[in-house]
Design a protein. Structure first.
Length: 195
């Protein structure tokens, strides 16, 4: 006796199911995983900033009083400058360097000079043109007063001279350190202790 359909092709409803390839599923999962990694790397950690420098070249700050700071990186503590003109040194406030420091790396390398410049009523934190640190995400300039970090504003560039105004209620003499701080990950890139 012969088995039914022996030597013949089975009708479609009796044929065993065909094995499906897992390749499309694996390719789809790979694409999703790659998209997640790319989002984290570029969107959250901003790794592309490690390969670029944001260069800044700001002149010395101009104070509301009309006094202008000498943009020299070699400013000595206590040095003063005043606007040019007849008797300008006696009529206009002079800018003094209240403190100076040098950046050292903390979690990232850093170098350069920072000066605290004041005319008696307004104060600026001045990064000189020799300043540089690694670039990174969400970088801010902060000062430390009494062990407390006070955020000034977002870092303008990771290389070069730049100015940041200090809030009027902070005594320039009370600043202990100036920091470049990654707000997103709470990491200090570089800091300068003041003297």
């Amino acid at each position: 006796m012969t088995a039914p359909y022996e030597g013949q092709q089975l009708p479609p409803h009796l044929q065993p199911p065909k094995k499906r390839s897992k390749a499309p599923l694996l390719i789809g999962l790979g694409v999703v995983a790659l998209a997640v990694v790319a989002f984290l790397a570029f969107g959250v950690f901003e790794v592309h900033t490690l390969f670029t420098d944001e260069k800044v070249a700001e002149e010395g700050p101009v104070f509301d009083s009309g006094a202008a700071a000498d943009a020299s990186a070699d400013a000595d503590a206590g040095a003063t400058t005043a606007p040019a003109g007849d008797d300008a040194a006696t009529d206009a406030p002079a800018v003094t360097t209240a403190a100076t420091g040098t950046f050292d790396g903390v979690d990232h390398p850093g170098e350069g000079t920072v000066n605290i410049l004041t005319d008696g009523s307004q104060t600026f934190v001045r990064f000189e043109d020799d300043f540089s640190t690694d670039n990174g995400p969400d970088l801010y300039v902060a000062v430390v007063v009494g062990g407390e970090r006070i955020e000034l504003e977002e870092l303008k560039g990771n290389v070069g001279s730049q100015n940041y105004e200090l809030p009027a209620d902070i005594d320039p003499a009370s600043i202990e350190t100036v920091q470049v701080w990654c707000k997103r990950f709470d990491v200090v890139f570089t800091e300068a202790s003041l003297a």
